[in-house]
Design a protein around this ligand. Structure first.
Ligand SMILES: [Fe+2]
Length: 390
């Protein structure tokens, strides 16, 4: 039996080492004016950026540039929209990590609208985005969020009255995802670890989501196989291009999966924590992953061993184990052991390092949406997850 499902459109995907060299030709297809959105990271100061800008100029393109530092805030999106609203921008290109891609995605959706992005955010706003936008090309330089394949841009305001809300529309899936693993070679071990654990969490949560479908399942397992081969390798040897290729593929795949299957408790909690505290998204996901899945598995086992989600956990464990013909229980425990080992090996930080205190936990849990988690979690169970990593 196949349950009813929807599957969002995909970007045109260009994947492979060296693909960034094709970017000028792709950009010129859209017109004569490009808005380039980059971060404070290494790309814009690299010789690659010099070469790209030179080639775009040689092709006669007018180049506008915007820089995004930190999380994409409503202020950055609105200010950039105002700055270039009267300019005839034919295409927006984001080259950077998840924040830069989300910012560019939102800017492409807000150019020319003369309104604040806040009006269109889920929960925080009261308008539905019409889905009109300037064409958008996403070029990731980290292997993490998968924003290059998703239909939402996460916009954040950090603080006690902060929020982390999505601008979402099916039309906001990037027109093109250009994924060149060579661009991730310069990622520091710390960023590689946080991004990699985010991607690992996204694949796991979308595979276990109550709204998963046969396509997302097949893709998620393929992404998890790449994680098994290369999560640790990309962290311990950042120059290993084959490991970088695997993780770039896993991240892209995780974006496709989460856009179509949703996520679970880790991302529900991470969204709330990320709005209240200045903590990198990948770090909070990575640090909570093992603890949350242990509680999930305990509760699924408590309700009897017949839940299909336990079969899925066993399938995940069998990818990481190099033994065959063991019991489901063996593979499930193997998977939790792997996640726990990865948490420590990848140096995932405790939450208190970013200012979380035990008295913050009830509010965090009461505001977190964990509805697609494979098992219902009580407020106490969510607090238990956070306490383990406080
Ligand atoms: Fe994530």
């Amino acid at each position: 039996m196949v349950k009813p499902f929807q599957f969002a459109r995909l970007p045109m995907i260009y994947f492979g080492s060296g693909k960034v060299n094709e970017l000028p030709g792709i950009v010129s297809y859209y017109g004569k004016s490009v808005l380039l959105v980059t971060g404070a990271g290494s790309f814009i100061n690299s010789s690659r950026a010099d070469t790209l800008l030179l080639r775009l100029e040689e092709m006669g393109l007018k180049i506008c540039q915007a820089s995004v530092t930190g999380e994409p805030s409503p202020g950055i999106v609105d200010e950039t929209g105002r700055r270039f609203g009267d300019t005839a921008v034919d295409v927006v290109v984001s080259i950077g990590g998840g924040s830069v891609m989300d910012a560019g995605k939102a800017i492409s959706a807000m150019l020319g609208k003369n309104r604040s992005v806040i009006e269109y955010l889920e929960v925080a706003g009261d308008k539905e985005h019409p889905g009109t936008k300037v064409p958008f090309i996403a070029v990731p330089t980290t292997s993490g969020t998968g924003s290059e394949a998703t239909k939402n841009a996460v916009i954040s305001k950090v603080g006690k009255d902060g929020f982390k809300r999505s601008l979402r529309h099916d039309n906001l899936v990037p027109d093109i995802a250009l994924v060149d693993p060579e661009l991730t070679l310069s990622c520091s071990p710390e960023i590689t670890a946080a991004a990699g654990m985010d991607c690992f969490t996204q694949l796991t949560e979308s595979y276990l989501s109550t709204t998963a479908n046969p396509y997302t399942d097949a893709l998620a397992l393929e992404g998890i196989r790449a994680v098994n081969r290369s999560l640790v390798r990309s962290f311990t040897n950042g120059d290993d291009i084959h490991a970088r290729e695997d993780m770039a593929f896993a991240a892209l795949t995780s974006g496709i999966c989460l856009a179509n299957a949703g996520l679970g408790a880790v991302h529900g909690l991470a969204g709330t924590i990320g709005a209240m505290f200045n903590i990198p998204h990948g770090a909070v996901c990575g640090t909570l992953m093992a603890a949350a899945n242990k509680v999930n598995i305990r509760e699924l086992r408590r309700s009897g061993n017949g839940d299909p989600a336990l079969k899925k956990y066993a399938a995940l464990g069998s990818i990481f184990s190099d033994t065959s013909a063991k019991s489901d229980s063996y593979y499930i425990d193997f998977f939790t052991d792997y996640m726990t080992a990865a948490t420590y090996l990848m140096g995932m930080p405790e939450l208190s390092r970013y200012g979380l205190k035990s008295e913050d936990l009830p509010m965090i849990c009461s505001q977190s949406d964990v509805k697609n988690n494979p098992v219902q979690l009580s407020q106490e169970m969510m607090q238990e997850i956070l306490l383990v990593r406080l």
